[in-house]
Every structure is written in C-alpha cells, then in structure tokens.
Design a protein around this ligand. Structure first.
Ligand SMILES: [Cu+2]
Ligand SMILES: [Zn+2]
Length: 174
C-alpha cells in the first residue's frame, strides 16, 4: 500500500504575485518486450502518478499464443537469458506478502491482472499497480525490474505464481 499524502490546497492570496503550483508531470518509462528468441514482439509504456502507475502493453500480431496470460513485475531487470528469463528472479516483493491479487495475505508488489492475447497473438491492454516506478521500493531500483509474461493465466491465489507456468516474454524496466 502506498502512502498517500493529501495535497493541502492553500490558497495564498497575499499581495499580487503568487504562482499556482501545477501537479508534477508523471514519471514515465518506455521499453520493448522480447520473446524466448530475444525478438521484439511489443512495447510497454509506464506512467507513474502520485498513488498508482498505469502500464500500457502492446503486443504485435504473432507475438503471443492466443488466450489468457499471467504477467508480473519481477525483481531484476535482466531479460538476457531469453530461453527461460530466470535472471529476472521472483516477483517484486519487499514485505514477504503472499502471491495473488485475490489472496487474503497478498498481493505481492509484482502482481498484475492477466492479459488476453487475441486469436492473431496481439494484445492491447492497460493495467495499474500501486508499485511505484521510482523512489523507495520502485521498479527502477538499483538492478531494475522486469515485466514477465507467462504461458498460462494466473489464478491470483496459489503460490508462488498462481500456476502461470513458463516465462515467455520479458521487458527490462531500468
Ligand atoms: Cu511472473
Ligand atoms: Zn506474485
């Protein structure tokens, strides 16, 4: 859960000149998604706001097997072992939470909704997460993070990854 500091709207009207404070522009990140042959199959675009980030995922036709796929933020921004993507390690999880958006002892900070690949293997999706992009506990920490897409759907409950199976796509977030 991300701390939320309520913005104090102080209407200071002393004198004539006072600058109105605009909300900070969201931090953003763009990266490529690679498959198990290190071929680029799509892109991610992340925008990080004050209390949540929004990630858009675009996969080109032919990119993924049709159907539902689990996806998560994994702890290390390394997609170099393309056949298995194990160098991305486990889910981002700084407080030993259980895996699963539907788990009463979860979710961990890497958990995300499933995405659906169309019959042609393409995906257009947008998901949100309370995990920040930058700062303490952020995806862009020292060793970065990775978005991993799995072969099967995530049941959002069972350990350690909701039965999502093999890692079939990866994007470095660094
Ligand atoms: Cu995963
Ligand atoms: Zn998880």
């Amino acid at each position: 859960m991300r701390w939320f500091l309520p913005a104090l709207a102080l209407a200071v009207t002393f004198g004539s000149a006072h600058a109105q404070t605009a909300p900070a522009a969201p931090q953003s990140f763009e990266g490529n998604v690679a498959n198990n042959r290190s071929e680029t199959i799509g892109q991610i675009t992340i925008r990080d706001g004050a209390t949540a980030l929004v990630m858009r995922l675009t996969i080109a036709p032919g990119g993924l097997p049709p159907g539902w796929h689990g996806m998560h933020f994994h702890a290390v921004g390394d997609c170099s072992d393309a056949d298995k993507f194990e160098r991305s390690k486990a889910h981002v999880n700084h407080d030993q939470s259980k895996h699963g958006l539907l788990n009463p002892d979860g979710p961990d900070e890497g958990d995300l909704p499933n995405v659906y690949a169309n019959a042609d293997g393409s995906v257009n999706a947008e998901v949100s997460s309370e995990t920040p992009l930058t700062g303490e506990g952020g995806l862009k920490d020292g060793n970065g993070s990775a978005l991993i897409i799995h072969a099967n759907e995530d049941d959002h409950m069972s350990q350690p990854i909701g039965g999502a199976g093999a890692r079939i796509a990866c994007a470095v977030i660094k």
